[in-house]
Design a protein around this ligand. Structure first.
Ligand code: SAM
Length: 287
């Protein structure tokens, strides 16, 4: 097992060489943290997705540091060169928007930096997924980030089928032109659940629209919205309470494997029913 720790970044001390994952804004430049801006000013090199997009943020942060384009599908030589530099230099990783690695490049760079024993740290900041979740009004205790759904219908249906039974809120990134079709596919594959379409977070036309998946699909069918979009889908509804027939079937199955009291305990847990009542019922069934 490997561990790495570091003193909390102080603004005066020189930076430890390594990889600094820098979360940028998702629409409002003022959301770049002072600590993130400082890293961008002090880095030896900033690895970016698109130099034109990141040039604006670097300017806003008062940074004149050189940039190199980086994608996870960049060739291994380029990645290795960055890993080598991290041994004695500060390499910052920046995305076009939000937190690197979240539907953005960086995973392989972090993986290889760790394997090489480099210092790795992350400057926390916005990610559209989490901000949208907080805006949705849907349960936040358990959630799954799904990224972008595949655009081909079969792959999209398969992906939705994989998660349909999960008792968790789901988070999807989407685009305006695909929105209505994706919402309809979600209603089809997940059931017509409560959902929220969250648009243009932290920008002038920020908007959250809530409804069921089918209602939202209908709403956007003829007017695909502009801008950047996150779809939040609530968990499936509570399963209907178990019937007497369900309980009997489960008891008979469990009693074939277990003593009566253990069978009653197992079924009580699985179906959320009273253990003592199930025990009495099990004795009747047995008799
Ligand atoms: N790394 C980014 C993050 O941490 O949120 C996500 C990058 S991903 C390539 C871009 C997608 O994120 C957009 O297509 C949209 O679904 C979502 N997104 C980014 N900024 C957004 C914003 N301001 N409002 C709503 N969604 C946004």
């Amino acid at each position: 097992m490997e561990t790495a720790s570091h003193e909390s970044a102080s603004t005066d001390s020189p930076l430890e060489p390594g990889l600094y994952i820098v979360a940028g804004p998702i629409g409002n430049l003022a959301d770049l943290s002072p600590r993130a801006a400082e890293i961008l000013r002090k880095a030896d090199v900033v690895a970016v997705e698109d130099t034109r997009v990141s040039a604006k943020l670097l300017r806003a942060a008062g940074s004149d540091r050189p940039m190199v384009p980086y994608h996870d599908h960049s060739n291994d030589t380029l990645r290795q060169r960055l890993i080598d530099r991290m041994a004695r230099e500060v390499v910052a990783l920046l995305s076009d928007a939000g937190t690197p690695l979240i539907s953005d490049p960086g995973y392989k760079l972090v993986r290889d930096a760790r394997a090489a024993g480099r210092f790795v740290t992350s400057l926390p900041g916005p990610s559209a997924a989490i901000v949208a979740l907080t805006l949705s009004g849907l349960p936040t205790d358990r959630f799954l980030f799904m990224g972008f759904l595949p655009s081909k219908a079969k792959a999209r249906g398969d992906t939705l089928a994989e998660v349909a039974a999960l008792r968790a809120t789901l988070i999807f990134y989407e685009s305006g032109p695909r929105l209505s079709d994706s919402l309809a596919a979600m209603a089809d594959g997940l059931g017509d659940r409560e959902a929220a379409v969250v648009r243009e977070i932290s920008k002038r036309f920020e908007e959250t629209v809530t409804g069921t998946l089918a209602e939202l699909s209908q709403r956007y069918a003829d007017s695909p919205p502009k801008g950047e979009i996150v779809v939040i889908v609530g968990p499936p509804g509570e399963a209907p309470p178990a019937t007497q027939d369900d309980a009997d079937a489960a008891l008979i199955e469990a009693m074939a494997r277990l003593p009566v009291s253990k069978a009653a305990g197992e079924v009580a847990k699985a179906l959320g029913l009273d253990r003592r009542e199930l025990y009495a019922r099990a004795m009747v069934l047995k008799g």
